[in-house]
Design a protein. Structure first.
Length: 351
């Protein structure tokens, strides 16, 4: 958002020096710098503007005490009562939505992710608490099994060791219904199993949750940039877990569009691309193809790398934060999930 700064000089320092004769030496019909020299003109012609309403803020929640996350500076594992304080801040800043990720200790993790179905589990209690205190916020829950599996995969493993698609989808349907019951406005399947959007839609409808939406992680790439997230979930040694048998190959843009098409056909309400900054081509191509809203997830590694370079004095944190988010919106995303959401909105006035 452009707001004139008090200290900003009205005349730009790089204004071309006046030439001696009245006649300009170049006869140019089009001088695009006329759109750039005056800060006010720059503000008027700006094509893309970030606003508080663009963002969904992801939060990590815990049964334990509040804990800072080493690889995600400024982010925390939050007990539910602290989460509520952060929700109040979202409301004050005009941010409309949040997404929850549970960080669970080893005793909650099993091969069959049974804790994901606990009707009194951490996510369920957090959803109930946020919904009761802040009904105006849009509550998104991540529907995946990886916070609950001891092997760290997003699905159940067959005896042969590979991820069992259809058994996983059945369990995800139960998780989605549980979250909808607890107040999730959007369930976000992030597992990349085939057919899960249609199955979840049917399960939600059958259980009377036809008003609960599906924000589908349609194009989720098998990315090395999820490292800090996996560490936050307590899967430090699984930072480099190989999920290529279900997540998209970073080389395949066309297949990402196919995935999105299938999710749209199966009833997804919003299509999500993840990571965001490295896949702007996918966001932009999807924007040409679908009439649905598009969300993009600026993932933990994208956040961490900007922070790491800024800590060394190599990059300007605020400028890079703003530029990275602006690029995601310019590519065509209406909704941006980002750990920067709160800081970015606080800083919008200075850009
Ligand atoms: C998995 C999930 C992942 C993220 C969100 N949900 C990582 C993974 O596939 O292992 C990553 C988000 C981030 O890196 O910020 N269900």
């Amino acid at each position: 958002m452009y707001l004139p700064q008090k200290q900003e000089p009205l005349q730009c320092r790089e204004m071309p020096a006046p030439v001696s004769s009245k006649q300009s030496p170049l006869t140019l019909v089009r001088r695009l710098r006329r759109l750039r020299e005056h800060p006010g003109v720059r503000g008027l012609v700006q094509e893309t503007r970030l606003a508080p309403t663009d963002f969904i803020m992801p939060f990590f929640i815990t049964e334990g005490p509040k804990e800072a996350l080493e690889a995600l500076p400024g982010q925390w594992r939050l007990p539910i009562e602290d989460l509520l304080k952060h929700c109040e801040q979202l409301v004050n800043l005009g941010i409309l939505g949040l997404c929850l990720f549970p960080c669970l200790g080893p005793k909650y993790k099993t091969p069959c992710a049974s804790a994901a179905l606990d009707p009194d589990g951490l996510v369920v209690r957090a959803l109930l608490a946020v919904k009761a205190a802040f009904p105006q916020l849009v509550l998104m829950s991540d529907v995946a099994l990886d916070p609950y599996t001891d092997h760290g995969h997003d699905g159940l493993l067959c005896p042969q060791g590979h991820v069992d698609n259809d058994a996983t989808v059945q369990q995800l349907c139960q998780v989605a219904v549980l979250h909808a019951q607890a107040g999730a406005d959007w369930v976000g399947p992030s597992d990349m199993m085939d057919g899960r959007v249609g199955a979840i839609r049917r399960a939600l409808d059958k259980s009377g949750h036809e008003r609960t939406g599906i924000i589908s992680y349609s194009a989720k790439f098998s990315s090395a940039y999820y490292g800090p997230f996996r560490q936050a979930l307590g899967n430090k040694e699984k930072r480099a877990l190989d999920k290529r048998s279900y997540q998209l190959d970073p080389a395949n843009g066309r297949q990402a569009l196919l995935e999105a098409q299938l999710d749209e056909d199966e009833g997804a309400d919003i299509l999500l691309v993840k990571p965001a900054g490295l896949y702007l081509d996918v966001i932009s191509q999807l924007r040409q193809k679908t009439l649905l809203p598009i969300a993009a997830y600026q993932v933990s590694g994208e956040y961490a790398q900007i922070h790491a370079a800024a800590q060394r004095g190599w990059l300007d944190l605020n400028a890079c934060m703003h530029e990275s988010l602006l690029a995601i919106k310019r590519a065509g995303a209406e909704v941006i999930l980002s750990y920067f959401a709160v800081e970015a909105v606080k800083g919008l006035r200075s850009f």
